[in-house]
Design a protein around this ligand. Structure first.
Ligand code: AMP
Length: 394
């Protein structure tokens, strides 16, 4: 058996999946949490599920706990057949435009990019160092969330500020969720039976984090997230777009940088309106007549439609609109609200198709809709495994 271990690490957690290289079939998955704390925890789903408290002072200990879990579930490390490890890395900036084989230099550059992604890259780096130490003979690849968006034109990625200041601080739009936008747009093309190269698509990745992407011929030409994953759509805990003047106003009013960071990243979006960032709960509250939840969904929908219109203009029309991620895949009501009264643009849902629940890719537009509207489940881990395997076998 030849398997790719996919690692999605933060500073205090490691999510992992073991995926068969050629077929993309998932063999096992798990989550180690509270790394660095007095008491940690692992849930491992292999042939059997194993869950227990552990002590994992660092990422090396967390990987060791993962290996123990595999062994307890009946598969020793030698039997796992790990032929490559793929690490998800959020920020690759302008330096990494494709999946990249990890060596000391690449690892150090990922660490250096922590300046642009202080919430993400430090945890990735710690996991990369630990995994390279524990699996010295296994090729390891960094797959970047930003890489897919490196095809954006300068008109889309440039902020209209003093270019010297922007260059000094690396300030431009990078975009995120690239792994998801890439796999979803490719699968949408496969599903439609149309070459990716000839399609104009708008992918709406609506999960706890959310972003839209305008894709032409399989290349990202615009996306809603920017320098950081804070820009754009309304998210579970993030504000999305806000006038930068409002931030200056709050800073002048005496709010600290840390408080402002927490406000925008952790206490805004759905959770800011309602106290919960979980869309299901917000929807239930709105259905029960809670005005704060109703407003939260109204603002969220307005913002998605705002960008849908923008990307129809950016692309000069679209062949397909694709919904994905937790909310996009599961909420028929949200999809109906986003697509309502867009007949002028050639967009018309079929109510029955939209309401049908499925975990498969599917069309939800009416037969006479000029633009195909699809639901395509995302699978970032399978895509990381695919890109990792492609690179190590190239
Ligand atoms: P993700 O980040 O892709 O895992 O998506 C998480 C979001 O999807 C959360 O806000 C969930 O409330 C939402 N979600 C998951 N399942 C459903 C569902 N059946 N209906 C509506 N929203 C859902």
């Amino acid at each position: 058996m030849r398997n790719v271990l996919v690692v999605n690490a933060g500073s205090s957690s490691i999510k992992y999946q073991l995926i068969e290289a050629e077929t993309g079939i998932r063999q096992a998955s798990g989550l180690v949490e509270r790394i660095g704390e007095a008491s940690g925890h692992i849930v491992h789903r292999g042939v059997e599920t194993e869950e227990r408290d552990i002590v994992a002072p660092d990422h090396t200990a967390a990987f060791t706990a993962m290996l123990d879990a595999f062994a307890n579930a009946g598969a020793a490390i030698e039997a796992l057949g790990i032929v490559a490890i793929g690490h998800r890395v959020v920020q690759g900036a302008g330096e990494f435009i494709a999946p990249t084989l990890l060596d000391d230099r690449v690892a150090e550059r990922i660490n250096a990019l922590s300046e642009l992604a202080p919430l993400h890259n430090p945890g990735h780096y710690q996991a990369i160092v630990a995994a390279r130490h524990l699996f010295p003979d296994v090729p390891q690849v960094a797959v970047f969330d930003t890489a897919f968006h490196q095809s954006m034109p300068a008109s889309a990625y440039t902020y209209a500020i003093d270019p010297a200041v922007a260059a000094d601080h690396g300030i431009r739009r990078y975009g995120f969720h690239g792994i998801s936008h890439q796999v979803v747009s490719r699968r949408a093309a496969e599903f439609l039976g149309t070459p990716l190269e000839s399609l104009k698509q708008i992918v709406l990745h609506l999960g706890n984090g959310a972003s839209a992407c305008a894709i032409e011929g399989g290349r990202s030409i615009d996306t809603t997230m920017g320098l950081t994953p804070l820009e754009g759509l309304v998210m579970g805990t993030r504000s999305g777009d806000i006038d930068p003047g409002a931030l200056l106003h709050l800073l002048r009013a005496g709010m600290s940088t840390e408080a402002l960071d927490a406000l925008l990243n952790k206490r805004s979006g759905l959770i800011g309106f309602t106290g919960t960032g979980d869309f299901r709960d917000v929807r239930a509250a709105a259905d029960a007549g809670d005005p704060a939840a109703e407003l939260a969904i109204a603002v969220m929908v307005h913002r998605i439609r705002h960008y849908l219109g923008a990307y129809l203009a950016v692309l000069g029309g679209a062949d397909a609109i694709v919904f994905t991620a937790g909310v996009g895949e599961n909420s028929a009501a949200l999809r109906a609200e986003v697509c309502s009264e867009l007949e002028w643009f050639g967009i018309r849902l079929d109510a029955e198709r939209n309401a049908t629940r499925s975990s498969e890719a599917r069309v939800i537009s009416a037969d006479d809709s000029r633009v195909a509207v699809l639901v395509v489940p995302t699978d970032e881990e399978a895509e990381i495994a695919r890109q990792t395997w492609d690179l190590v076998t190239a």
